[in-house]
Structures are given as structure tokens and as C-alpha cells.
Design a protein around this ligand. Structure first.
Ligand code: FES
Length: 182
């Protein structure tokens, strides 16, 4: 049989196409896996690193002169996320509720309901923060009054400097990152 093949002038040496195709598919698979790994791994690394530097994102910014917030009132205030990026647009404008009791005794509540995050609103007539989504209600000190929210309103840390009310912004206050301690 071997002598027949060598005597045929039109015969070619056998070519192992399968080996070449296997190499190509192997390299393609490695490449795809490397790209997929980078796409998954880079955000995970970013998330892990961002949690380590989270405290660096706490910054104090001005909410305005204290005279803008009369005693025994609750007023809405808006501030811009100090880490705003161009793509954020209006979503970087954050609402909070400022309660001034007397003197420099301020409490700043996050506007997000502690149930599922809808924006709560202060109603002077009923002396309640009310949530439009599922009927959650909070007293003027932020304590839970009614409805499904599991806890009182979150608070930002607040302080007065040079007659300016300051808010510790940069991170939304949550149970994991409470903001009520300056
Ligand atoms: S989000 Fe406010 S009660 Fe559900």
C-alpha cells in the first residue's frame, strides 16, 4: 500500500487539517475567555477597591445660610452630588429635608423612603413625611409612623460652620453607611 502511494505522481503528503483547526479553536477559546474574564473581573475589582476608599467620598458641602431654615420648621433642600459626572445630569441633584428645632440643632433627612426608596415629602398640615408609593409615613423626627417602611428615615450628618449649614454628602446614608455621626 505504501509503495502504491509513493509511486503516484499526483499524490501529496498527508496534511493534518484537524490539528490546525484544533489549535485555532483553542487559541480562539483562550482569547474569548480572557476577554470575558476581563469584562467580569474589572468591575469586580473596581467594586472591591471602591468599598475600601468609600470613606474618602464623605465630604462636607454647604446647604446654605442657617437663616434659610427658620426654627421649628422642616424645609426641603437640594444639593449637588460632589462626585457628579457629566452623564449624571439632573440625577446628581439630590433632595434632602432639613429640620431645624432651635438654634443650631439641625437634622437632615435623606428623602428616600426606607421601604423601597421613593421620595418622601413633608406635609406641614399633618406633620408627617408621606411616601407616595405604598403609604409609608414618618413623624417629624423621622421615626416610622405607619405603612411598610421597616425603619425611620436615614439621616445625613449636619453641622454649622460660619453660619452655613453643612451636610456630609458624597454617600447616601444607609444602615451600612450611617451618616448621622459627624
Ligand atoms: S417606598 Fe415608601 S412605602 Fe414603599
Amino acid at each position: 500500500m505504501a509503495s502504491e502511494e509513493s509511486s503516484d505522481p499526483h499524490s501529496h503528503p498527508p496534511y493534518d487539517y484537524s490539528a490546525t483547526r484544533r489549535d485555532f479553536l483553542l487559541k480562539l477559546g483562550v482569547g474569548i475567555n480572557a476577554v470575558a474574564g476581563a469584562l467580569i473581573g474589572i468591575p469586580l475589582i473596581g467594586y472591591a477597591v471602591s468599598s475600601l476608599i468609600r470613606n474618602d467620598r464623605d465630604v462636607w458641602i454647604k446647604l446654605g445660610p442657617v437663616d434659610n431654615f427658620p426654627e421649628n420648621t422642616i424645609r426641603r433642600a437640594v444639593f449637588t452630588d460632589p462626585f457628579k459626572r457629566e452623564a449624571d445630569g439632573q440625577t446628581a441633584d439630590l433632595t434632602c429635608w432639613v429640620r431645624r428645632e432651635t438654634g443650631e440643632k439641625f437634622t437632615i433627612f435623606a428623602a428616600n423612603c426606607t421601604h423601597l426608596g421613593c421620595p418622601v415629602r413633608w406635609f406641614e398640615q399633618s406633620k408627617l413625611f408621606l411616601c407616595p408609593c405604598h403609604g409609608g409615613a414618618f413623624y417629624e423626627d423621622g421615626e416610622h409612623a405607619a405603612g411598610p417602611p421597616p425603619r425611620s428615615l436615614y439621616q445625613y450628618a449636619a453641622k454649622v460652620e460660619n453660619d452655613q449649614l453643612m451636610i456630609k454628602a458624597g454617600v447616601l446614608p444607609t444602615l451600612a453607611a450611617p451618616g448621622s455621626t459627624p
